[in-house]
Write a protein that binds this ligand. Structure first.
Ligand SMILES: [Zn+2]
Length: 92
């Protein structure tokens, strides 16, 4: 029997709830242990290009299905790994 569907017990990084997941199919998020946020994400919620160091030290943390659903509901499609365009001062 293949044992590739072994369920692992882990703690959701977002809500700290313990849940079972299959590592091969689980949703994970990259977290920079130094900030507790995804690499490149600042505590102010803005995003900038992550440094190579931040990416290297980041670990994958599992996210429970509830939080994945919540994130999908609240996330804007526009939020991607893009460089924010600065300026545009003429906009009002
Ligand atoms: Zn969760």
């Amino acid at each position: 029997m293949a044992d590739e569907h072994i369920t692992t017990i882990g703690r959701c990084y977002a809500c700290k709830r313990t849940f079972g997941f299959i590592p091969a199919t689980a949703t994970t998020v990259m977290i920079d242990p130094e900030t507790g946020l995804p690499p490149g994400m600042t505590v102010l919620g803005s995003f900038r290009e992550p440094t190579a160091e931040a990416t290297a030290r980041s670990v994958r943390e599992p996210i429970c299905p509830d939080c994945v659903a919540k994130a999908k509901r609240f996330s804007e499609p526009a939020i991607q790994f893009e460089t924010w365009q600065r300026g545009d001062p003429g906009r009002d």
